[in-house]
Design a protein around this ligand. Structure first.
Ligand SMILES: [Fe+2]
Ligand SMILES: [Fe+2]
Length: 247
């Protein structure tokens, strides 16, 4: 019997360690998002974006910092250390060769219209899966904020004048989708441990399915409505979905 309870407590300890790692990695992602959004608000100011767009961007950045603290708290509850600084994130997502206004528009679409929309979808699925009450409450609170964060992107896009900027977005959609999906939301370390389903963990296959479907149904449809030619992005998503189906 003592042996059995020893094994059980080892199992519990391992589970707690994994839970702490999960919340630490979620906190890190939130901090990175906050850093990017703060920087983006500065760049929006430089290119003369409206006060409303800048305010919404800063409000989203502040939300991300709060989200990181909520994740820290859950990390600590599982015995983990928290409060680590955000890893350095690349200055920009835009490809080389664009003018400053185009670079800012590109990053706004990549971070707000695409990444925030997909994050809100993933969080919605995490809330549905989570059964542990505090985890579920925290994920639901974060999801409510994330669902609002894409707004500044659509607003800035709707004010971008001239077809030229829209062409830049349409032309670079495959590059944008690949960077946001493969280097962020679907990167291997974003995959969550299946034994932590009670904390809303999503496995790689589920994350990919949700991201690809939402990118097409919500993001590309929205961009099309704003006058962006999304055909290159559609083709990229079709190819990626076909590859995923063969795995
Ligand atoms: Fe967040
Ligand atoms: Fe967000």
């Amino acid at each position: 019997m003592p042996e059995q309870s020893g094994a059980l407590s080892r199992l519990e300890r391992t589970l707690r360690t994994h839970a702490a790692q999960l919340w630490a990695s979620r906190a890190q992602a939130e901090r990175e998002a906050g850093v990017r959004l703060h920087r983006l608000a500065e760049r929006l100011r430089h290119v003369g974006a409206t006060d409303e767009v800048i305010e919404l961007t800063l409000a989203a950045a502040r939300d991300e910092e709060r989200h990181a603290e909520l994740c820290d708290e859950l990390c600590a509850r599982s015995g983990g250390r928290h409060g680590e600084r955000a890893a350095s994130v690349p200055e920009e997502l835009a490809p080389a060769g664009l003018r400053e206004r185009e670079r800012v528009l590109y990053d706004v679409v990549a971070l707000a219209c695409l990444q925030e929309t997909l994050s809100a979808t993933l969080l919605g699925a995490m809330v549905e899966r989570a059964t542990e009450p505090r985890a579920r409450a925290v994920l639901a609170a974060i999801q409510r904020d994330e669902a609002r964060h894409s707004r500044f992107g659509w607003l800035h896009l709707s004010r971008a004048t001239g077809d030229e900027s829209h062409d830049v977005i349409g032309m670079h959609l495959p590059f944008m989708l690949r960077r946001v999906l493969e280097e962020s939301l679907l990167r291997p370390d974003a995959t969550e441990n299946a034994e932590l389903a009670h904390l809303g963990a999503l496995d790689a296959r589920e994350r990919e399915r949700l991201c690809l479907a939402t990118a097409r149904r919500v993001v590309l449809t929205g961009l099309e409505r704003h006058g962006v030619d999304t055909s290159a992005g559609e083709r990229w998503l079709e190819l990626r979905a076909a590859l995923a189906a063969r795995r």
